[in-house]
Design a protein around this ligand. Structure first.
Ligand code: 0WD
Length: 265
């Protein structure tokens, strides 16, 4: 019996079988959770419905998190199918592509800054507000995905850095807001993984090489590894953990200078 048996999980941000949300869905399914998936728009609908079939997911529902009405509708639709929710996974980020090119100060605009923060950070609070009412049994868990670009500047990550910093603060404030209901809120800071979202970052391949030379494990991480950590954090095994950002990054964040670079003459 898996450690998520009997849990019902709503997973957002599934765009392809390379998405981190796919790794999370797979791990949660394996551990016994019943799944519901969301798709952002009609274009993604057939693909996500196919994923739902493969995962034996109960439902696939539409929701563009830029639209409050759609978030509300999602909660209404889900509540007609399930009488409660245990796990909410927010695996969504977006910034206009032009914002992710060149130096931050040359690229950042008022609109781009607002959009990146709205979709990548605020939407977590918007979903949390809508779904906390369905998490009534005192063991709910909410999870989001972040990146170390929140703490350190990274080439081309630009406005997503401040947006992820905001998201991580969101985790702490949400944890405080819903802690009295027994709901836990955490984030996973994942190492870079080649997904659709990552393809917007120029120089991603070269950065991966640097990453592999720096991380103690000498490699990147997989969506399956992120999925396993997500399943744990959203399970009762993690009942004492909230307001936390857990690094699943092959140890990259722990390094100052790796021996690889010191050994170069
Ligand atoms: O290296 C990476 N891939 C890392 C990703 C390292 C660390 C963290 N992350 C984060 C991302 O920032 C994001 O928060 O993980 C999360 C998931 O990202 P992913 O799995 O890398 O990306 P992807 O497979 O592209 O899924 C993100 C999806 C969107 O995909 P596209 O590529 O179509 O933009 O977020 C969804 C969408 O499906 N999304 C939305 N969903 C609802 N409403 C919206 C929206 N407005 N905007 C984007």
């Amino acid at each position: 019996m898996g450690f998520l048996t009997g849990k019902r999980a709503l997973i957002t941000g599934l765009a392809s079988n390379r998405s981190i949300a796919w790794g999370i869905a797979g791990a949660m399914k394996r551990e016994g959770a019943e799944l519901a998936l969301t798709y952002q728009n009609e274009k993604l609908k057939p693909r996500v419905e196919q994923f739902a079939t493969e995962l034996g997911a109960t439902v696939a529902l539409g929701c563009d998190v830029a639209d409050d009405d759609q978030i509300e509708q999602l909660a209404t639709d889900l509540s007609t199918r399930w009488d409660g929710l245990d796990i909410l996974v927010h695996s969504i980020a977006y910034a206009p592509r032009e914002e992710l090119d060149g130096l931050y100060l040359d690229a950042v605009t008022r609109d781009g800054f607002a959009i990146a923060h709205e979709i990548s950070s605020y939407s977590f609070a918007a979903l949390a507000r809508e779904f906390r009412g369905m998490m009534q049994d005192g063991n709910g868990a909410m999870l989001t995905l972040t990146y170390i670009g929140s703490l350190r500047s990274m080439p081309g990550y630009n406005v997503m850095g401040p947006a992820k910093a905001s998201l991580e603060a969101n985790v702490r404030y949400l944890a405080q807001s819903v802690g009295s209901q027994g709901i836990r809120v955490n984030g996973i800071s994942a190492g870079p993984i080649r997904t659709l979202a990552a393809s917007g970052i120029r120089g991603f391949k070269k950065m991966m090489t640097f990453y592999e030379h720096t991380a103690p494990l000498g490699r990147g991480v997989t969506i399956e590894e992120v999925g396993n950590a997500a399943a744990f954090l959203c399970s009762d095994l993690a009942s004492g953990i909230t307001g936390e950002i857990l690094y699943v990054d092959a140890g990259f964040q722990s390094v100052g200078i790796s021996p690889y670079f010191a050994n170069q003459d």
